[in-house]
Write a protein that binds this ligand. Structure first.
Ligand SMILES: *[C@@H]1O[C@H](CO)[C@@H](O)[C@H](O)[C@H]1NC(C)=O
Ligand SMILES: *[C@@H]1O[C@H](CO)[C@@H](O)[C@H](O)[C@H]1NC(C)=O
Ligand SMILES: *[C@@H]1O[C@H](CO)[C@@H](O)[C@H](O)[C@H]1NC(C)=O
Ligand SMILES: *[C@@H]1O[C@H](CO)[C@@H](O)[C@H](O)[C@H]1NC(C)=O
Ligand SMILES: *[C@@H]1O[C@H](CO)[C@@H](O)[C@H](O)[C@H]1NC(C)=O
Ligand SMILES: *[C@@H]1O[C@H](CO)[C@@H](O)[C@H](O)[C@H]1NC(C)=O
Length: 458
């Protein structure tokens, strides 16, 4: 989990509080007793543990909890955990070394032994790579929606497919689908969010299957109640299981990440209560079955969408009467903070679960918006630059909401901002002119990178 949310605090508020841990290092103690010691260098050496794996209590510097510790019953040998910020070190206690070797082996960056290396996945650059894309845009018909398969449209330039993201200071293991599935043995990865979350889900299905026909992959939507209702265009989500490794990947549509409850169930035109402070029922019901949960929201937070869906904001079980909160921007912020707080409260009792909040996917409409003739016609990759140098996220709402919690940020905003040529643009599978989609991405394409970053941080 080399997530760098704490690192991104650098330069803002580098006080001595634990919340500003930049790099957490681990010194081994009694390492020779540890069965995994052959993979671990000498006791004098130090290991960087991503600070995002530590939950620091800013009110009390001696109270620090470390998520993986909750999984560990016995201590064969111990490590001393220290955190370093601006050259100062603090000692936080000890933890069993097994936790480090077995649960989070990729966290031990043995190449960085003595010098401190800081990892922020969102900082780095796009580089051309002939091993991209990870699957063919002509294939993956089992999971890839035709509307997002740019190879099936009139588009002729596909140079946007040939890049990968190289973080500045993080190891990015090359994606290898069988290794990935083995790592995800008996695990369930859930995406909950809007259509951009659905894109990320389809991307991961294509990556995991290599885009090849995979008749053995089982549709397990029913287990999660994901079946098409009568008269519906599609179900609320999809769930598939790779039988060899018993890995399930699912998606549930929840554009606002709030609980939606029709006010009159027997009336098809009823208003819908949108509970800003209550996670979707689906999430509450199935949370204990997830090992990895990836959330996103953002583009449905506008008055037009709320009105069209007849969503009526509710707080504390009642219609919202706070005018300030009723402003879309505030309601969105309130909802995001609420759901992060709820998940943070759930994580101690779900020790196998890792939760990521994906930052907003940028839109690239120029000379207008989606409904006023905006376009995104550039096809030349990275014409606006290929690097992200900033430390902080371009999505301060998500960055702020997860700050100091056990929920991790999957920061893709600035990275994707550089890829305006990767959208659907005016191409469509039917070839009819008209709309410009500068919101959704071609697949294969940018969301594949989001998944590579996710996998690197799992
Ligand atoms: C801080 O936490 C430590 C260990 O949990 C506890 O002993 C101490 O009383 C706490 N101090 C304050 C000020 O809460
Ligand atoms: C684990 O560590 C604690 C405190 O350091 C010690 O009291 C206990 O005996 C240890 N347990 C085992 C199984 O070594
Ligand atoms: C598949 O994994 C789940 C846990 O995610 C487990 O409960 C189930 O027993 C496994 N099924 C098989 C056939 O191994
Ligand atoms: C719910 O809708 C049905 C059908 O439109 C209507 O007959 C009924 O009166 C409504 N119930 C309430 C409590 O408004
Ligand atoms: C979002 O909500 C949090 C928690 O209530 C608050 O601290 C923060 O200032 C809000 N941010 C914005 C942009 O409104
Ligand atoms: C995170 O929280 C700490 C402590 O409350 C604060 O100093 C810091 O500015 C916050 N960072 C962000 C990015 O919100």
């Amino acid at each position: 989990m080399k997530g760098g949310n704490n690192y991104r605090l650098r330069g803002r508020n580098l006080s001595l509080t634990l919340a500003v841990l930049i790099v957490t290092t681990i010194a081994l103690w009694a390492w020779e007793k540890n069965p995994f010691s052959n993979t671990l260098p000498s006791a004098q050496e130090r290991y960087i543990i991503p600070s995002s794996d530590f939950h620091a209590d800013t009110r009390n510097e001696s109270a620090v909890s470390w998520n993986p510790m909750e999984k560990i019953g016995e201590n064969s040998s111990q490590v001393i955990i220290t955190a370093a910020a601006k050259g100062e070190e603090k000692h936080f206690g000890t933890a069993p070394v097994d936790a480090i070797s077995t649960i989070i082996p990729e966290m031990i960056d043995s190449t960085s032994s003595s010098q401190t290396k800081i990892c922020n996945y969102a900082k780095g650059r796009w580089v051309a790579d002939s091993r991209r894309p990870l699957y063919s845009g002509f294939g993956c018909k089992q999971w890839l929606s035709g509307m997002w398969a740019c190879r099936l449209t009139q588009r002729e330039d596909f140079s946007y497919e040939g890049y990968r993201w190289q973080p500045e200071n993080c190891e990015m293991p090359e994606f290898e689908r069988l290794t990935f599935l083995e790592r995800m043995q008996d695990k369930t990865i859930a995406f909950i969010g809007d259509s951009l979350g659905r894109q990320q889900f389809q991307s991961l299905m294509c990556m995991a299957s290599g885009g090849e026909e995979s008749p053995e992959v089982e549709n397990v939507g029913k287990k999660y109640g994901l079946v098409k209702a009568r008269g519906a265009i599609r179900p609320d989500g999809w769930a598939y299981r790779f039988p060899k490794t018993n890995t399930t990947i699912l998606y549930y549509w929840s554009a606002s990440l709030s609980d939606l409850v029709p006010l009159n169930i027997s009336d098809r035109t009823t208003d819908v209560a949108m509970h800003l402070d209550r996670p979707p029922a689906f999430m509450r019901q199935f949370l204990n079955q997830f090992d990895v949960l990836v959330l996103n929201t953002g583009h449905h937070w506008n008055r037009g969408k709320l009105n069209a869906n007849r969503w009526v904001m509710h707080v504390d079980g009642k219609p919202n009467e706070d005018n300030k909160l009723a402003e879309i921007r505030n309601a969105k912020n309130f909802t995001i903070y609420s759901i992060v707080r709820w998940l943070d409260s759930q994580l101690p009792s779900h020790p196998h679960l890792k939760v990521f909040f994906r930052t907003i996917s940028p839109r690239h409409f120029v000379n207008g918006d989606w409904n006023t003739g905006g376009t995104c016609d550039n096809t030349i990759p990275l014409s606006g630059g290929s690097e992200v140098v900033q430390d902080e996220s371009s999505d301060p709402v998500i960055e702020g909401a997860v700050n100091g919690t056990r929920v991790k940020i999957l920061d893709i905003t600035a990275i994707s901002q550089l890829r305006d040529e990767g959208h659907m643009s005016h191409y469509s599978i039917r070839g009819t002119p008209g709309g410009n989609d500068c919101l959704h991405w071609c697949l294969p394409g940018i969301p594949d990178t989001w998944n590579e970053l996710l996998i690197a941080q799992i």
